[in-house]
Design a protein around this ligand. Structure first.
Ligand code: ADP
Length: 169
């Protein structure tokens, strides 16, 4: 008797659910707040389809700024960078989604706004590295580290956006 071929089952929703959901720390820097660009920054991540899980206006203390940028300690611009970050309120955001860390870096654009592509936040809205409007974590590990650094547990919200089934099949 002919043996039947084993059925091959493809369940895309199961494959999708295996994709890693990452989180990233996005921050509207003091110049972004002072220049009235906070709505614009939030809007770009919202429209892209990522999920906001934390949001606050916050005056950053010196030690937190230094901890956040500890990998840059020793760089010539480090003191000016810390002075800039504590110079006025920042807007702290936690965003979640599949591929959110790398996608957010693309939406933000290159560190030097003059080299950032048009269409990116820095490419459209800034002209100098020392005033580049927004921060975004550079790896999923740093995303977790920075969210834990800037937010207390009770400040983060887990929720299911109504649009979820219209963003991912
Ligand atoms: P990014 O923010 O794009 O991840 P880096 O991690 O290299 O960039 O640097 C962190 C921040 O330090 C930059 O966003 C910018 O605000 C500041 N910075 C970096 N390089 C310089 C520089 N040469 N002069 C002044 N500020 C700088």
């Amino acid at each position: 008797a002919k043996t039947l071929a084993k059925p091959r089952i493809f369940l895309p929703h199961l494959v999708a659910s295996l994709e890693q959901v990452d989180e990233t720390y996005i921050m509207g820097k003091p110049d972004g707040v002072q220049r009235g660009l906070v709505g614009e920054i939030i809007s770009r991540f919202e429209k892209k389809g990522f999920k906001l899980t934390g949001l606050k206006l916050f005056q950053c203390p010196q030690d937190l700024a230094e901890e956040h940028y500890k990998d840059l300690k020793g760089k010539s611009f480090f003191p000016k960078l810390i002075e800039y970050i504590v110079s006025g309120p920042v807007v702290c955001m936690a965003w979640e989604g599949v591929g959110v860390v790398a996608a957010a870096r693309k939406l933000i654009g290159a560190t030097n706004p003059l080299q950032a592509e048009p269409g990116t936040i820095r490419g459209d809205l800034a002209v100098q590295t020392g005033r580049n409007v927004v921060h975004g974590s550079d790896s999923p590990e740093n995303g977790k580290r920075e969210i834990a650094l800037w937010f207390k547990e009770g400040e983060l919200c887990q929720w299911t956006p109504a649009q979820a089934p219209w963003l991912r099949e």
